[in-house]
Write a protein that binds this ligand. Sequence first.
Ligand SMILES: Cc1ncc(COP(=O)(O)OP(=O)(O)O)c(N)n1
Ligand code: 3NM
Ligand code: MG
Length: 201
Amino acid sequence: MKLDPFYLIVDSAAWIERLVPLGVRLVQLRIKNMDEDGLRAEIRKAKALCARHHCQLIVNDHWRLAIEEGCDFVHLGHEDLRTANLPEIQAAGIRLGLSTHDHAELETAMAADPDYVALGPVYPTILKTMKWAPQGLERLRAWKDAVAPIPLVAIGGLNPERLDGVFEAGADSAAVVTDITLNQDPEARTAQWIEKTEQWR
Ligand SMILES: Cc1ncc(COP(=O)(O)OP(=O)(O)O)c(N)n1
Ligand SMILES: Cc1nc(C(=O)O)sc1CCOP(=O)(O)O
Ligand SMILES: [Mg+2]
């Protein structure tokens, strides 16, 4: 499976409405702290927007709602995997991306037969507190050797200036939150990401 090299992560359907029409092909809806009705409405809106703009939607964490809403790709972390029903996800034909941060998580992830593996944080991130130190590019290279031919996603502290390094180290896709959502011109920054990643598309 080929992933788009630019993997946008946002926390609302409103962001998807704003940025996906610019040409984003891969987006994750990552919402924390919302009740089930609100989440369902956001997922439904995001799904419709992505279908209209030929963008692959990946739903973070909320795999059951994703199945119920007819989505086809979810992202889960190690903690999520403890409570997720993998056979149910697989039986629903849902593709699965998994986070990893260390060798133990990588082993668990590979055993789950994922459609991609993410490694992070490659660089320091301001989005959330992480218990892992920045992984760096050599670690990314080692992960590539371990997961290929499964696609590898790099995440954490990424910006256009860091993309040559992460793709040279073997990443197939680069995921980003704050470099775009906290930018003073998110539309222009998105366009910059799309243009910069064209060489790996
Ligand atoms: C592409 C991608 N990689 C990693 C994560 C992190 O997932 P997780 O460890 O479950 O943490 P939360 O994002 O749920 O806080 C991700 N969401 N996407
Ligand atoms: C959501 C997330 N997961 C990570 C991991 O390492 O698993 S790093 C991260 C935050 C990514 O945001 P930014 O691009 O702003 O650094
Ligand atoms: Mg999670």
